[in-house]
Design a protein around this ligand. Sequence first.
Ligand code: DAH
Length: 330
Amino acid sequence: MKEWYDAIKEAQSVEKLEDIRISVFGKKGVLADAFAGMKNAPDNEKSQIAKELNTHKNELMNEFTAKKIILQTLELQEAMKAEAIDVSLYGTSSEAGALHPVMQTMDRIVEYFSSMNFAVKTGTMVEDDFNNFEALNLPKYHPARDMQDTFYFKDEMLLRTHTSPVQIRTMMQTKPPIRMIAPGAVFRRDYDITHTPMFHQVEGLVVDEEGKVSFANLKYILEDFLKYMFGEVEVRFRPSFFPFTEPSAEVDISCVFCKGKGCRVCSQTGWLEVLGCGIVDPNVFKAVKYKNVSGYAFGLGVERFAMLIHQIGDLRSLFEGDIKLLEQFQ
Ligand code: DAH
């Protein structure tokens, strides 16, 4: 038996030790053999032999268990050493994230108006018919509603088609004077190279006592704002129609691509339309029960600004999550 004590002592691995265990304690191992061999021994020696064998069995088992713990611990330490991570090494490089170009543009717009003392208001994307249309002088069956088809829920609720309802929400909640912008997502049933079903607008509203807010104020702030966004551009106001303003205007800037000479982007006109605005229609004030006030309002599409600033050809590409496209705007 001595050789097996030595074998256990000298074993260098858990695997080797396992071989020894099978050879000693296994069904066909040396101990089993020895116990079986007892039948050939003289009867008067049998109990002595059995006693000795049992002692060996217990002692070998003790040796084996102790050695197994030692080897397992050593092997674990080896494995940990081999798999250790050197945290002081340089890592593989990772890409820095960045804001989406539409959000960058939105931030810049908000930055300008914040610096001009406009409060930032948010409404809700699910709006009711009153705030989105009715109070903005767009009664049911008004043909101007056709241009803003959207998703309707029950009970006259809908996905807002513009940020103008935030004007109504703000006026219903606060007394004049008001000086606010409302940035946010809006929804329309549109899809082509310059329209997506979801896009972003920034609305503006200034209300004060009658006679205190004029078209000249509106013109000044928008010209200043557009130069902040696009640099030295010409700004022109064209008469237009919006149900919630009277008079209304559309605002153009000289084409940022051809500097007003005429190109494909501006359809050879030299001008790009960038926003709508006007003097708040008295019917809007009536709807929110404001009296003896005057105001101006404006609304713009953020994606349109982003496309012009970054010279992006197809608006839809901004919403495809294409990393190759988006990482150009970091
Ligand atoms: N709500 C308009 C739209 O979505 C944009 C707009 C035009 C807003 C003129 C205004 C405004 O406040 O005065 O097309």
